[in-house]
Structures are given as structure tokens and as C-alpha cells.
Design a protein around this ligand. Sequence first.
Ligand SMILES: [Mn+2]
Length: 354
Amino acid sequence: MKIAVTADVHLVPGSDGHPERLAALRDILGRLPGLGVEQLIIAGDLFDRAPQGYGEFDALCEQHSAITIDVIPGNHDANLADGHLVADNVTVHTQPQLVQRDGRQVLFAPYIKGAKMGEVISDFSEELEKGRWILVGHGNYGGGLRTPDPREPGVYMPLSNRDIAHSQPALVLLGHIHLPTDQPPVHYPGSPCGLDVSETGIRRFLVVDTEDATPTPHAIHSDVIFFHEHFVVLPGAGECNRLREEIPRRIEEWSLAPDIHQRVRVRIEAEGYCENREQIRNVLAEGFSGFTCHDGAPRIDNLSVNDNPNLVKLANRLRAQIDEVDWKWGDGEPQREDVLLKALAIVYQAELSP
Ligand SMILES: [Mn+2]
């Protein structure tokens, strides 16, 4: 048996309520019959706020009446109850509940304020078949990611490595972190449609085969795909040409089929120092002209003009040196371009001080 998993849809009712989020859910449901999937789990934060009636969600579920939908409340919709949703194929698990799915135990652990995941698991510890059971919950794994979710500061219903070592789930499926994340046996499917420009790229849902408890990602065809491209500009005669070369590389990395280019909303940002801000902005606008610019125009607020030839030379030498340094960039550590910006700030502040 195959079970699809999503989370953090954050539906908002009403005409101005982000129809692209419901559309992403519609895409998932529409794809399931073709994948041989008859069940969908939504691991919390289905709604941005609860409780509230949401006729469009009810109607969508009723259109897919052959699919069984299990929902747990998350921290955003902690008060969600079964009676709030009218479709017969939807079950809201408001209490921790152990169910059987094709001979495999699935523990639904709804978000409970102030609780720890380990406390819920321990209530079922005698029944759980170690190495075989599946946990569905909503909260933080470990101390959270090293790069925490800016939308969700703090720690919610934490699941520790100790909990995992002790109770030995075969698979853990969590909502809460919107960035699709795999730290086996823990998997966050991530939000099915980016909630804002910070949630970038093509999103996914997971399909779990109960046979081997492994999740397989499937790309979601969402109406909106966010990207954020940030450029550090160094002054000099080649400043525009360097950007012209870099922009197609960035677009290439999105790996998008041309027919979905119109769904892209890209934030374009340039920072650093240049000789001509207007030209830089025009190069950026032109380079991304095949896409919708998220802010209406490239953001160049942090791009300054400086054409002191000595500093231009110094800045470019610095960049060459930083490019050669082989540090552990990213993953909680500064990125290469952060270091470059700091170095540039020292160079250019030095000129400003008396
Ligand atoms: Mn959420």
C-alpha cells in the first residue's frame, strides 16, 4: 500500500486567501490515483488558523472521495477538530492514536502545546513494534535545523535523537519545517507551495510504500514557484558583463521546463559596490525578463557607487583570494559571498573614515 504525505499547506479561506495553496493540494490529490495511492496524510498546519469553516477544502476532498485523508493539527491549527471539516473521507486526529495501515503501525501524534514528542511515544511504547512503526507528527527534530525556520522561532513539540534511538521507528514523517528536509529516518515533506519568497524552488510531496517504509519524493505542479537570486557586485569595467554571464547560470540551476516559467516569482537582489547602479539594475531586469519579478523591480538598496580605481583593484584582488579559499561554506556557516561582503565593507569603510 502507498500513502502520500504533505504538511504545512497553511490554507487561508476567502477570496484573497492564497488560492495557490489550495491549488497545490488539488495537484497532489489529482496525481494520487495515477500513482496508485489511496491515502493522504496531512501532518499539521493544513490551515493557517483554526478553527474555521472552509468550504473550498471540503469540496476538494469530496471531489476525491476515493482517497482517505488523515489530518493532524499543527501549531497553527492546534484547535482543529473533526467536526470542522464536513467531507466524509477526512479524519482529524485530535488525540494521539495508533492505527494499522497494511499491517504497519502508524502513530498519529497531533501537535500538543508544551508537550514533547517523546512523551506521546512513551504512552504507546509497550504496543509499538520496534523497527517497523511509523510516526506522523508536527514539530522540531533534534535541536531544530542549524538554519532555523524564520517563520517559526522557538521549539515546538520536539523529537530528540534519544526518542528515536529508544522507540526505533522505521520512519518519521513530520510537519512544521517548511523546507523539504531528509534526515533519515526523519523526513519533512515541506510546504507544498511556497508561502512567501523565502520558500523557494519546486516543492514536493512524499509517497511512502508500507512494504519497506521508504519515502519517494514527487514534484508538485504549483501555480507559484518562488526564487530568490542575490548577487554580490564588484566595481570595475566588467561589472555588467560578469552579471550577464552569471544570470543564465542561476536560471539554469532552477531546472525548470520552459512551460512553467510563467509561474516563477523571483526576488532579484544586488549588493556590493559598482560604478553605475542604473546599468546594474537594467542588466538584472533584462536578464530575468522572462519571469515575474517579485518586487516589481530588482532590489538594489544595498548597492553603492564607488569608482575609486585603487579600491576597485583591491576589491577584485580580494575576491580572487576569497574564491581560492576552501572553507566549509554554508550549512550554518557563512557563505562565500557573506565573507566577500564583509571584506568589501572593510575596504570601502576605510576610504570613508578620515
Ligand atoms: Mn507550518
